[in-house]
Write a protein that binds this ligand. Structure first.
Ligand code: PEP
Ligand code: MG
Length: 324
């Protein structure tokens, strides 16, 4: 509720000692682009493209997708728009995709696994639309892949991008290769983060899934909600590892899971080294205000204390003591 009282900041913000942190919005529908601008988002940190495919009889064609991506770029001509390729699976049925019913859909054929398998044609069409939009749109388009767990998957996704680029070139159609990124949302991705970072421009930590998989506690299961907490030392240490791997390999790293939108955690996330935070538009003003009150050196010290904590209660205690 307090979010409504906070001043809207249209320009990018920096910490008290001048480290700029991009504060972007997560968008799941074109209608939300306006709200993201109104709340002062610097760009779109996660454009979920599932809406394009849900609630219809057939998938959108290349031109429909191209127009949709141009519209998003047009909304942020001075910012960055990160489009995530289709992230469906057993938890989100789409009739024409023939997604199998699985006992454990979160451990099944989801995200990039489908795009490299049964939905590979859809994936190619989406990549074609994205490469065309990257050439023709205002602003900067970035593209990221969901639920990557292996380096081989990333290599295959990049191979598709290259093949699509070659096909567009052969057809004489304008295209550009956008900045490419990987969502860090599985423990597998964390353990090979260096190799992933060598291959892409950026990471975006999806803490909703990362927390679920690190803590082995399903996203929608209330019985295990206490253990499914991004303040768990295991989750913080996973994020820390991803940040280190990104920066060692000249990639930047953002976060687009719900953790990024909690202003109580902004100092911790800046201290861990996140370069960008993306969240639901409503919390953008609060997080921008929180960034401006952070001292980057103190934040690093705070983050190391949190990383050394043994329990989530200790992490909470260390965060709370910053506020008092
Ligand atoms: C995440 O997993 O944190 C994320 C941002 O993606 P989604 O919530 O769409 O799975
Ligand atoms: Mg996810």
């Amino acid at each position: 509720a307090a979010a409504r009282e906070v001043e809207i900041r249209d320009a990018p913000v920096a910490t008290a000692d001048g480290a700029e942190i991009e504060v972007a919005a997560n968008v799941g529908q074109p209608a939300e682009l306006e709200a993201a601008k109104d709340r002062g988002a610097d760009g779109i940190g996660l454009y979920r493209t599932e809406f394009l495919f849900l609630g219809r009889e057939a998938p959108p064609d290349e031109d429909e997708q191209y127009e949709t991506y141009l519209e998003a770029l047009g909304a942020f001509p001075d910012g960055r728009v990160i489009v995530r390729t289709l992230d469906v699976g057993g938890d989100k049925p789409i009739p024409y995709l023939d997604v199998p019913e699985e006992d454990n859909p979160f451990l099944g054929e989801r995200g990039i696994r489908r795009s490299l398998g049964p939905d590979s044609e859809l994936f190619e069409t989406q990549v074609r639309a994205l490469l065309r939009a990257a050439a023709d749109g205002d602003g900067r388009l970035s593209v990221m892949f969901p639920l990557v767990t292996t380096v081989a998957e990333l290599d295959a996704a990049i191979k598709t991008v290259d093949a699509v680029a070659d096909a567009l070139a052969a057809d004489g159609i304008d295209y550009a290769i956008p900045e490419l990124g990987v969502m860090i949302e599985t423990p597998g991705a964390v353990f090979v983060a260096s190799e992933l970072a060598e291959r892409v421009d950026f990471f975006s930590v999806g803490t909703n899934d990362l927390t679920q998989y690190v803590m082995a506690a399903a996203r929608e299961n209330e019985t295990v909600s206490a253990i499914r907490d991004p303040r768990q030392p295991s989750v913080l240490r996973a994020i820390d590892r991803a940040v280190e791997a990104a920066h060692e390999n000249d990639a930047w790293i953002g976060m687009c899971g719900e953790m990024a939108g909690d202003p109580e955690l902004t100092e911790l996330l800046v201290g861990l080294g996140l370069d960008e935070l993306s969240m639901s538009a409503v919390t953008v003003p609060e997080v921008k205000a929180a960034v401006q009150s952070v001292d980057a050196d103190e934040a690093v010290a705070h983050a190391s204390r949190a990383l050394e904590a043994t329990t989530s209660d200790q992490v909470r205690e260390r965060i709370r003591s910053r506020d008092s």
